[in-house]
Design a binder for this molecule. Sequence first.
Ligand code: GLC
Length: 418
Amino acid sequence: MTDDELRRRIGAVLERNRRRGYSRGLKQHYDFIKPAGNRYPFQYFWDTCFHVFILDRLGRLDEAKQQLRSLFQLQQPDGFVGHEIYWQSLLPAKPEDILQARLSLTHLRPAMSALIQPPLVAWAASRIFHGSGDRTFLEEMLPKFKLYFDWLAENRDFDGDGLISIITPYESGIDYKPSFDEALGFGSGRGRLGLYLRAGRVDLANFWRRYHLPAIYQAKRFIVKEVTYNTLYAHDLEVLAGLLETIHDPDARRYRQRAEQVGRRLVELMYDAETAAFYDINVTTGRHLQVLTPSIFAPLILSQVTDTVARSVIDRHFSSKQEFQAPFPLPSVATSHPAFFAEESHYIWRGPTWIAYNWLTYQALRQRGFDQPAATLYRSTRQLIDTSGFREYYNPFTGAGYGAINFTWSGLVLDMMD
Ligand code: GLC
């Protein structure tokens, strides 16, 4: 496929999945892109940011602005924004959707979920700003972002160390990431019903506590500081600070300090020098969840990670045959791990290659000047799309496409092109 053909086809997928309209119930206009046909019908938090990166590469910046506007349109007065916004239908798409929203007497089904997802909103907005020079857009969005990040720091940094905790695996965006198995009490191995039920029980417990965060923290059923989440959080705080400086907002200093603190704590608490990898922390036990997934590469995007550490992580893991080397990298867990399964499964993120992981790793590699592995990753990602089209995830050995069809995330390959 030529570059032009690729752009045309990605543009068509976004167009097909775009939903615009007016919600009479919510009395609001919306304009969002769903990631795939029927399987994922809502506006999702981190998917929205991915769509902005893709739209930026397609030069469709006005549309990109609309995505972020819609995402923050239902922001609560305290700053919270849910990971799913049910613009067109309050009906759940899957059972989890019921448990992941707050039950209240006035709103049996609120318009958005009670969960969070990795924050890349400032990064996305910075792309829009750099492409358009539109300061008014920044002035419109940045106060909302500040409120959102303040909510996170006040409500999800339970122990005050700067890092954010997730309260269910689904908040990571990496739903069945094998590192969560231990925290869920699931014996390691291939995904099966027991895993689904354990994750579901966490959601059920949070639902019964009506997402009252102090009570959820106290019960400590599933409280995890996840690496990718916290990397994107630290990175976004830094980008936010830069954008605030652009509009001469004196709060810029506060967010820069927070970014610095989070980045530093991430390295201190998540990096294990012996195995040269970053690990999630199970807050209940205080221990690392020592499973190798492509999350180990994400922190390389942060300035607080030294070049020596970055080099060790790459040298030790990127090309290791038992871990991430495969004909179509990056497998979503080391190929030698007992959870690894290369094929289609309900238990996603446990073996197959995901474009989002490749995209993020690519950004981190480029940031560090590891241009060679970055180029390799770009080429194999491009080949995956040529072979199997726009799919949710792919077999790392054969390149076969699995999961949702016409899945938008494949478009992130456009953001790996230089
Ligand atoms: C799956 C993914 C999650 C994504 C959602 C919508 O649940 O794990 O990251 O946001 O689908 O695409």
